[in-house]
Design a protein around this ligand. Structure first.
Ligand SMILES: C[S@@+](CC[C@H](N)C(=O)[O-])C[C@H]1O[C@@H](n2cnc3c(N)ncnc32)[C@H](O)[C@@H]1O
Length: 221
């Protein structure tokens, strides 16, 4: 969970009564925060493919209910490429550092589009590349764990979103996340930094990307 790239702004923008879906919900941190924002008339669904993560998140529900008196969150086992969520049922899709892990990102975006209500919103935080990673770094198995090897170019993300049918696409790169990891001497980033071409830093390649987009109210056939 320490690998996440942060989604607090997306959560702050949620409104009472909204239905929210969190892709790759992990231990449920963002789901519980979102639940607090959408209140009793809203609902938050977390989807994760790892039974251990799901068990961890579900275990936290009792404490959440007790603390806030809310019964508005749930966790479902599933893959973000095949979401266990009905069509046109979600107001906001959140995700924090997960889509970059998927081997089939166009399919993830199609599923996000399918589950969103017309006019619904994507508010995702992910890792993305400003330029292709050197081959030896791509191949580092450890990089996969750190969400780095599966990340795609910012422009590819835009093109996938456009092809899926999203509008009002706003992509904002935040190099500070990766820079901070280097400052903290994170072991993975330290190792990668050692094999980067001279004079280059990880933030020249990898950024935390804020992805905002909308499913249009009227869909063009
Ligand atoms: C880096 S963690 C992020 C967890 C959480 N979003 C956070 O910010 O703490 C990635 C999570 O995504 C889940 N995950 C990865 N690929 C997935 C997929 N294809 N479908 C569903 N869950 C996935 C993992 O099981 C893990 O819990």
């Amino acid at each position: 969970m320490g690998l996440s790239c942060g989604n607090p702004i997306a959560i702050a923008a949620l409104q009472e009564g909204q239905t929210v879906l969190d892709l790759g919900s992990g231990g449920g941190f963002d789901v519980f925060q979102a639940g607090e924002r959408v209140k009793a008339s809203g609902r938050v669904i977390g989807v994760d493919m790892t039974p251990e993560m799901l068990a961890k998140a579900r275990k936290n529900i009792a404490h959440y209910r007790q603390r806030l008196g809310l019964d508005n969150v749930e966790f479902r086992l599933g893959e973000i490429e095949y979401l266990p969520v009905a069509d046109n049922s979600v107001d906001v899709v959140l995700s924090n550092c997960v889509i970059n892990l998927s081997p089939d990102k166009p399919q993830v975006w199609r599923e996000v589009f399918r589950t969103l209500k017309p006019g619904g919103k994507v508010s995702v935080s992910d890792l993305a590349l400003l330029k292709p990673l050197p081959e030896n770094i791509r191949e580092m198995a450890a990089a996969l764990v750190g969400c780095v090897a599966g990340a795609v170019l910012v422009d590819e993300t835009r093109s996938m979103l456009e092809k899926t049918g999203f509008t009002s696409i706003v992509l904002t790169s935040k190099p500070d996340y990766v820079r901070n990891m280097q400052d903290w001497n994170d072991p993975l980033y330290k190792k990668i930094a050692e094999i980067l071409p001279k004079g280059e830093e990880m933030a020249d390649y990898v950024v935390s990307l804020s992805i905002e987009a909308k499913k249009p109210v009227e869909i063009q056939k």
